[in-house]
Ligand binder design. Sequence first.
Ligand SMILES: CC(C)(COP(=O)(O)OP(=O)(O)OC[C@H]1O[C@@H](n2cnc3c(N)ncnc32)[C@H](O)[C@@H]1OP(=O)(O)O)[C@@H](O)C(=O)NCCC(=O)NCCS
Length: 253
Amino acid sequence: MNNFRLVVLDYAKKQVHDPTVGKILNDIIVTKQINFERANSDYVALDKHDMIGTHYLIYDIGNLFQPRLVAGIRSTYRERAQRHQIQTPILDLLPQLPTKCQIAYREFTLAYPLTADCGSLVVNNSYSFKNTGIKLIDICYTMVYLHITRMGYTNILGCTNERFRSSRWLENIGSYAGGLEFVHPMVADPHLLIMIEKFNVPFIKSVCAENEFLFRSMQEFVPEEAGYINIQSTVDAFLSDKANMKVNLKLVS
Ligand SMILES: CC(C)(COP(=O)(O)OP(=O)(O)OC[C@H]1O[C@@H](n2cnc3c(N)ncnc32)[C@H](O)[C@@H]1OP(=O)(O)O)[C@@H](O)C(=O)NCCC(=O)NCCS
């Protein structure tokens, strides 16, 4: 684990002149394209949300001269999507989903309007849980939790590919209604629509505490004008429980 480093890249479009951001974007595009071909060889992983969403990334820096992106996930937001005249991934998919998923989505987002759409999960095959026993995806979701809550968001949703049994990674993250299965129109595997109603904060905190070094050394790339507290203070507050995060939170689009 000492060879890993965590990186948050938020709203790349606003930081695209930074050469490091360009390098990270390149890593994301290439790593996702290579690994999503495991799900569907015709699938194109790159999409506009890569520029306006938030990426949560795990790098292996064992080779100092060639840091390697080994896992990642992304969250996207309805408000940002509207600003850039696109849909969130779930809204794009919704018309093609069974009625029960459509109804559940509408009810959920009425109750929890500040829900981030979380997806594009990838783990490099050589670092997969099956091959290494390392739970990189727990770390990814913990990063998601820390970031979306500092933005003022309260919930997440996502679609899991059940060929990889991806829903198992959300079982500890929070509570959700089951049974919202569907076959994805582009990746013809059974999927589940999962909408986290209440986060399992003790579990998330245990992941953060077990990997304290990684979380405390997390590097963030956020737009200059971002109003949320920095990631180190966010981790401090979360781990220490001393600060009341609600006081510090500021809703930022
Ligand atoms: C989904 C993913 C992130 C899961 O990470 P992980 O749990 O570390 O991955 P694993 O390689 O251990 O795969 C999980 C399961 O899928 C199986 N699997 C992996 N690649 C597979 C493939 N190409 N075809 C069929 N099954 C596959 C594994 O055997 C494992 O099954 P098991 O747990 O029953 O033994 C990772 O498999 C991935 O990056 N997939 C491609 C990208 C993708 O489709 N993302 C969307 C996910 S919702």
